[in-house]
Design a protein around this ligand. Structure first.
Ligand code: NAI
Ligand code: 13P
Length: 317
């Protein structure tokens, strides 16, 4: 089956490189710069050469002829991108490669695909993996979630590569919630480390953050085992412990009181606000998410956010 990746950021480029080691792949970029000539994405993924079967294009009509379409644009841009290109994309298997919850609607990628492309088969590819690791051929394992079990199997086979091992599930809600919420917890963990509060505090936040993820997921009818898997716990551990993560680094900057480049893609920032609103709407207690939303909206600084967490009433674990 032919494959195209739409969106040539760090993740889209990395996936295209890994997939192109097994067969032809189109990588669509709205502005491909010198990528086709340099055979490298010097801006987002420097030092990772393109295999010969990777074809760079700015013609979405061409790329969208593929059977399987991976969409790797940031979550808050997904709806606009799909709506703008619905004529090319509707009816296809559309695999979202983004992590987050839409700020305006509280919806995840699968629902956004459903709302914008009525006849597409939506899926999501998510889990612990830095683009740079995938592109360098390092071993990674991800979750492929698709409510259509047969299509899920087809996508799992087509998108598994030598260094990208895919596990599949039909629990799309669990998979997308894990990927979205782990970024929020990663910001909190970075803030704690940046403020010098120590690794014990980070372990506490990671664990209580996981409890929040499970609470929201249960409420929204996700399967607990999905949250315990690669797309939930796996990605949480990676992102909360590595300075390769942009979400973690934003947290570090909060903790150190340093500026952060606002052009960097940090999905947890909008997602914290979206999930905080969702929690209020559903009457759920998600204090770490609320604290991160407070940091993002400049209503709290790290000391007051920590105080808000530590002075909560004592409770059973
Ligand atoms: N970088 C990584 O290691 C990983 C990223 N992801 C997820 O992948 C998604 C994309 O992240 P990255 O590739 O890292 O971001 P990035 O910042 O490297 O690239 C984003 C890309 O999207 C393009 N883009 C933005 N708006 C667009 C629009 N309206 N139309 C067309 N293209 C548009 C930009 O030009 C850019 O090429 C995020 O949701 C992220 O959470 C997931 C796993 C790993
Ligand atoms: O999702 C990721 C790793 O699985 C990438 O994390 P960041 O978006 O925080 O860099």
């Amino acid at each position: 089956m032919s494959i195209a990746v739409l969106g040539a950021g760090a993740f889209g480029t990395a996936l295209a490189i890994s997939l192109a080691h097994k067969g032809p792949v189109s990588l669509w970029a709205r502005d491909s710069g010198n990528m086709a000539q340099a055979r490298e994405n010097t801006k987002r993924l420097p030092g990772c050469p393109f295999p010969a079967p990777l074809f760079v294009t700015e013609a979405i009509a061409e790329a969208a002829k593929a059977d399987i379409i991976l969409v790797a644009v940031p979550m808050q841009k997904l709806r606009g991108f799909l709506a703008q290109n619905a004529g090319f994309l509707d009816g296809k298997a559309i695999v979202a490669c983004c992590k987050g919850i839409e700020l305006e609607t509280g919806l995840g990628p699968i629902a956004v695909i459903r709302e914008t492309l009525a006849h597409a088969v939506p899926a999501i590819l998510t889990g612990p993996s830095f683009g740079a690791d995938i592109a360098r051929g390092l071993p990674t394992a991800l979750t492929l979630a698709c409510a259509d079990a047969e299509m899920g199997k087809t996508l799992q086979t087509a998108l598994t590569t030598e260094n990208l091992r895919l596990y599949r599930t039909t629990d799309t809600i669990g998979a997308e919630l894990g990927g979205a919420l782990k970024n929020v917890v990663a910001i909190a963990c970075g803030a704690v480390m940046g403020a010098g509060l120590g690794e014990s505090a980070r372990a506490a936040l990671l664990t209580r953050g996981f409890a929040e993820m499970q609470r929201l997921a249960k409420h929204l009818k996700a399967r607990p085992e999905t949250l315990a898997g690669l797309s939930g716990f796996g990605d949480l551990v990676l992102t909360c412990t590595s300075a390769q993560s942009r979400n973690y680094r934003l947290g570090l900057a909060f903790g150190e009181n340093l500026p952060f480049d606002s052009t960097t893609t940090v999905e947890g920032a909008a997602t914290a606000r979206a999930v905080d609103a969702l929690a209020r709407e559903h009457g759920l207690d998600l204090p770490i998410t609320a604290a991160v939303a407070g940091l993002i909206e400049n209503r709290l600084d790290v000391p007051s956010a920590m105080k808000s967490l530590l002075t909560r009433p004592l409770k059973e674990e």
